[in-house]
Design a protein around this ligand. Structure first.
Ligand SMILES: *Cc1c(COP(=O)(O)O)cnc(C)c1O
Length: 397
């Protein structure tokens, strides 16, 4: 059976203005806000049924009707998605709840869930004739872009702060990307990437500055619901940087309701940020719609070191609409979370994954999560990529 994308158009996430999806767009030129891909979900509904899933491919392209690539030949697949939803019973009893799951994204190609977003974005860029890509990144996104560009025979340029984890620098070089180390913050790297894009005619695939990374990341939402037998968890705890994943999962919930997979029930979305870089938590606490840039961002979790997110209002909206919350954890708490998760469940998470466990403990202590609720921790990456960032003696206690 052949399944086809039902993409219809792109839509501005702030104003609803429509754009043609057959052209390479980035943001809405009028306001600089992200665009979302929209689909003919009535049409998708006739083939993307729960029953149809059993004979589909096992990667994230199994949801092809709600994915943006039209011609299969443009899909650059390395095995992204289809990650396990682990039953974390031992950890559940340690933290004092009945049902806890770990969505282990560390098993993706390139060791993080960035593979989902970049697989979708690089594949769609190829379909739209954009074969020379650029991106600023302090971490896993650059490695993922470089891998998919390599597999698609495309050119990749990466601008990375020089204090990024060693694994991220080496993997980009190994995949043949042109790596420029920047003496500054991710914002400085961003400026250099934009300049290179303008001068060399490169296509910038920074997150939410092009529409399709969110489409890759939304497949986590589809998988969680499918893996739970078409039920939604009560709470999803998400380590947030740019927020593409939390926004993508929230988008997936609406799509799945329209597909008839779920009803109006929704998980409470918990946005976790690092104490040293928490612009979204600050905006949430102040009741604001947009976030101010976070000064002097510091955290060892490179994926969460995002001082200003273009999709800020989308994250804050998802958190509020879902009845969730936004909280911070310290780097020390993240590392403790990593070690505890590794020892109780055999999952060596990135610090971002450890952050979700630290956050869950806080939510249980404050009564915001109760013992009868089903909780999913999003372990977004693999700890092996951060060995040089971890404090010495991390595992010796
Ligand atoms: C990028 C990244 C994050 C943050 O993801 P967003 O969806 O951009 O908020 C979290 N964890 C890891 C390991 C990452 O690489």
């Amino acid at each position: 059976m052949k399944y086809e994308s039902t993409i219809t158009h792109l839509e501005c996430t702030l104003t609803g203005e429509r754009f043609d999806a057959s052209h390479p767009h980035r943001t809405n030129p009028a306001n600089g806000k992200p665009l979302f891909a929209r689909y003919d979900l009535d049409k998708a509904k006739s083939s993307l049924t729960k029953e149809s899933l059993s004979d589909r491919r096992n990667d994230m392209w199994r949801y092809q009707e709600v994915m943006p690539v039209i011609d299969d030949a443009n899909i650059i697949a390395l095995g992204e998605g289809g990650t396990p939803l682990l039953n974390a019973d031992r950890l559940a009893s340690e933290v004092g709840i009945d049902t806890l799951f770990i969505k282990d994204e560390g098993v993706n190609p390139t060791g993080s869930f960035k593979a989902r977003g970049l697989c979708a974005a690089v594949s769609k860029a190829k379909e739209l004739g954009q074969t020379r890509l650029t991106m600023p990144s302090a971490g896993n996104a650059a490695g993922a872009m470089s891998a998919y560009a390599a597999a698609g025979g495309m050119e990749a340029h990466v601008f990375m702060p020089k204090d990024a984890p060693i694994a991220n620098k080496i993997e980009c070089q190994a995949y043949g990307a042109k790596l420029t180390l920047v003496d500054g913050f991710i914002t400085d790297a961003g400026q250099m990437s934009q300049q290179a894009a303008a001068e060399l005619g490169l296509f910038d695939v920074s997150t939410l500055r092009e529409p399709y990374r969110a489409e890759g990341k939304k497949t986590m939402g589809y998988e969680i619901v499918e893996q739970m037998g078409f039920e939604v968890p009560d709470v999803i705890v998400y380590p947030t940087g740019g927020g593409t994943g939390i926004v993508g999962i929230w988008k997936a919930m609406d799509e799945m309701e329209q597909l008839g997979w779920i009803g109006s029930e929704r998980p409470r979305m918990v946005c976790v940020q690092a104490e040293g870089c928490a612009p979204l938590v600050a905006a949430y606490e102040k009741g604001e719609e947009f976030a101010d840039p976070f000064p002097d961002p510091q955290t060892l979790a490179a994926g969460m070191r995002v001082p200003a997110a273009i999709g800020d209002f989308l994250v804050i909206r998802a958190v509020r609409e879902s009845g969730g919350t936004a909280i911070t954890v310290s780097d020390g708490e993240m590392v403790d979370g990593m070690v505890e998760m590794a020892r109780t469940e055999g999952v060596f998470a990135a610090p971002e994954g450890g952050a979700t466990l630290a956050a869950l403990r806080k939510l249980i202590n404050s009564g915001q999560v109760t013992s009868d609720e089903r909780v999913v921790l999003l372990v977004t990456g693999n700890g092996h990529k951060y060995l040089d960032m971890l404090p010495e003696g991390v595992a010796q206690s």
